[in-house]
Design a protein around this ligand. Structure first.
Ligand SMILES: [Zn+2]
Length: 303
């Protein structure tokens, strides 16, 4: 349920006002205070009529504003290793999670070291959990709202689930061992190399060139999109390179329009993909050349 519907339902339940009367009051409120958002106007109308809107339980898709005291029932999709960070007060730790429900995915940032230890010890990818008393904040880094977990947040395990069953349909990245074999893997994009996003070839001699061919100049240059990335399946990672049509498909993961913005968006680690690729040996290690790619939507099963 959208935040707005929920708020209006609360007013309907707790007052004798009809929906039309509420709408009328919201309209008047906005006329009186044009700077108010509709959301704020609804809250103000509620307060005028003795209804204090305190909502606790949210769905991921509702988290589009700064909320305090939010609860969320979700599944842990990805648990990243905790990282040391330097804050003004000295060294600290931060841990990121990606959680999801049937409405979407969201990043969770954990700042409290006790909470980090608790998660490291007791919670795993696949677990269904209840996050109680967290807050959401807009992150300029990810350009999205994130859930923050602090010392006062409670984490409750609802159900432990093995993720192995899902992974069996795919090859684990650590099991990519044979050159020229086709593998299907699933994982999160954790890095994109943004330096050489195009390869330039002279189509007369077929050689890769920097700017132009020594022999044929710029007469027959062809430019091919090439994106190198690192995919992580939670246990290990591999380099995956996308060319041409597959690279276009890869870029379509992001709704940004500009190439740089797309790369930046995708490199942030929120995208889970399924890749079919051929293992190629490069500098003594195997990496995948993608033949196909698709986004993997995280849906929490209803059972
Ligand atoms: Zn040439």
């Amino acid at each position: 349920m959208e935040v707005e519907d929920w708020s209006i339902n609360q007013i309907l339940e707790k007052t004798k006002l009809t929906r039309e009367q509420i709408e009328e009051k919201i309209k008047k409120k906005i006329e009186e205070f044009p700077a108010l958002t509709r959301e704020a106007a609804i809250r103000s109308v509620a307060a005028d009529n003795g209804v204090i809107l305190i909502r606790r339980d949210y769905k991921v898709s509702d988290i589009k504003e700064e909320l305090s005291h939010l609860n969320l029932r979700c599944r842990i999709i990805r648990k990243f290793e905790a990282k040391e960070v330097n804050l003004r007060g000295g060294k600290s730790k931060v841990m990121n999670l990606i959680v999801g429900d049937e409405t979407g995915q969201i990043r969770v940032v954990v700042w409290d070291t006790n909470k980090i230890s608790e998660i490291e010890k007791d919670l795993n990818e696949g677990d269904e959990i209840l996050i109680i008393n967290a807050y959401s904040k807009f992150s300029n880094f990810s350009n999205n709202f994130e859930i923050n977990i602090g010392a006062n947040t409670l984490l409750k395990l609802i159900e432990h689930r093995e993720t192995g069953a899902v992974l069996d349909k795919y090859t684990r990245i650590s099991q990519i061992t044979e050159e020229n074999k086709v593998y299907r893997v699933r994982g999160f994009i954790t890095r994109i190399f943004t330096n050489n996003t195009f390869i330039i070839k002279c189509s007369i001699c077929g050689k890769r060139v920097d700017e132009k061919c020594d022999i044929h100049g710029d007469k027959a240059l062809s430019k091919t999109l090439m994106i190198s990335s690192v995919i992580d399946d939670g246990l290990s990672s591999t380099k995956v390179t996308f060319f041409d049509r597959v690279a276009d498909k890869f870029l379509s993961l992001s709704k940004e329009t500009d190439l740089r913005q797309k790369l930046n968006d995708i490199s942030f680690g929120l995208y889970q993909i399924e890749v079919e690729g051929v293992a190629r040996s490069f500098n003594g290690s195997l990496s995948l050349t993608a033949k196909d790619v698709k986004a993997v939507d995280y849906i929490v099963s209803a059972d």
